[in-house]
Design a protein around this ligand. Structure first.
Ligand code: GCU
Length: 436
């Protein structure tokens, strides 16, 4: 086995603890003292004072740190293929110009990922709703869904997901709750989105890469990645968040070919693990003009060093396939992390970025999510942005239902870990400022 020794060390560091043995802190007074890495100081100590230095030197350094130490790298073939790889193709297999109570154009697009070496393929369905009466091309919100495209609305034409990519075949009549047809519609306020003149596109994340220890048995991780289990990856080999982020880049490739969609006005949005994914998507693919994180927490918008709510250690134990193996080195040594999540936010600069928390979602550390926004401000200031940082002038958490900021926006909704209409209202207001 390659790299045997480091692997044993990593594994023993990770499995020394069961998830529930890892201490979780919810007391602000017990947040440890920490020093954040400075996004504007290069690895060699040089201070960044110009946009050119940021873009040519410092930004690539930070991107590399996130790639190598946290999310993992794409396989070489995918990196080298760039955007619009010829082994990913699109086919609109269903369309209605009179969908969703007559308000929308609906399209379903089959995305086919072809293997680079065999005849194998992986298929994923992209569901698109466009406001029927808005002038084309339209701006878009796009995000992965957890339970299948059919959960967004109750429209019977919407195809569930590609069961051949999931590990088990699913019979629709057994699906209930959030997983039933229309069951997650409260998370996707389609009326509000369409009425505001935006389209909405979504794709089931398991179609692209399976969210589980067996991710190597299905989806694009199998097709392009590891023919072995997640535990025997190279230390910097991709985890599923990188796979999902790359998949979202292919959705953008499709948008760039659809004349009804304005690919220059696309906001990528995600909730929770899919919020971690939307941030990593926006950081790695600057075609996404706005990036939105909803309750992404640890490994997303929340500062790792605060160790409030979910910690790096805990997330690596509970979800060992989301990040690369290198991330486990920091389980008990956060001070050694070369970067922190404010720098993930800073990687979006100068594009607008929005972070949302929920007041009862302490697991995701609302204050830590705000802190990341605050400590990303200096990078945006480098661009001499004329947009004021209202409410982001001090590291004090603004509290619930008090949206703040401009080019970096933040709100904390009252309530629990979820996406609700209140969140969409803020996202639309935010997007209107830059897209309209
Ligand atoms: C768990 C996990 C979080 C994640 C969330 C989700 O709670 O610990 O990190 O954001 O699941 O994706 O729903």
């Amino acid at each position: 086995m390659k790299n045997f020794l480091p692997l044993v060390l990593l594994l023993s560091a990770t499995f020394a603890f069961a998830a529930d043995e890892i201490k979780i802190n919810y007391d602000e007074a017990l947040v440890p003292e920490y020093t954040l890495p400075d996004p504007l100081t290069c690895n060699d100590g040089t201070k960044v004072t110009t946009v050119e230095q940021w873009e040519k030197v410092r930004r690539p350094e930070i991107l590399e740190q996130f790639q190598r130490e946290m999310f993992g790298r794409l396989p070489k073939e995918l990196r080298e293929a760039g955007n619009h790889p010829d082994f990913v193709t699109f086919r609109v297999f269903e369309q209605s110009d009179d969908a969703y109570h007559g308000k929308a154009i609906r399209k379903q697009v089959e995305i086919t990922f072809k293997s680079l070496t065999t005849d194998e393929t992986v298929k994923a369905n992209l569901l698109i709703y466009l406001p029927k009466n808005a002038p084309k091309p339209v701006p878009m919100f796009v995000g992965y869904n957890f339970q299948g495209n059919h959960t967004i609305t109750d429209e019977p034409e919407v195809v569930l997901f590609h069961t051949r990519n999931s590990l088990e075949k699913v019979d629709e009549s057994t699906l209930e709750g959030k997983g039933a047809r229309g069951g997650s519609s409260s998370r996707w306020d389609l009326d509000q989105i369409l009425d505001a003149g935006y389209g909405l596109a979504t794709i089931h994340y398991n179609d692209v890469a399976f969210d589980g220890n067996r991710c190597h048995e299905t989806g694009i991780c199998k097709l392009y990645g590891f023919a072995h289990d997640a535990e025997s990856r190279e230390p910097d080999e991709w985890g599923s968040i990188t796979a999902w982020a790359w998949g979202m880049g292919r959705v953008m490739d499709y948008f760039e070919t659809d004349p009804q969609i304005d690919a220059k006005r696309v906001a990528v949005m995600g909730h929770s693990r899919l919020g971690k994914t939307s941030l990593w998507t926006g950081a790695s693919d600057s075609r996404f003009a706005i990036v939105i994180s909803n309750d992404s927490g640890c490994g997303g918008a929340a500062l790792s060093r605060r160790s409030y709510g979910e910690t790096v250690h805990r997330i690596n134990v509970s979800f060992p396939f989301w990040f690369c193996l290198n991330f486990r080195k920091y389980n008990e040594d956060l001070a050694a992390l070369p970067m922190d999540e404010h720098e993930l936010i800073a990687l979006m600069a100068p594009r607008p970025v929005y972070v949302a928390s929920a007041s009862e979602d302490r697991w995701a550390d609302p204050n830590g999510e705000y802190q990341s926004c605050f400590f990303a401000v200096p990078v945006y200031q480098l661009y001499g942005t004329k947009t004021p940082f209202d409410g982001l002038a001090a590291p004090n958490w603004p509290g619930a239902e008090n949206p703040v900021g401009n080019i970096i926006g933040y709100h904390c909704r009252k309530g629990g870990h979820d996406v609700q209409s209140y969140d969409w209202t803020q996202y639309i207001k935010f997007a209107d400022k830059y897209f309209k």
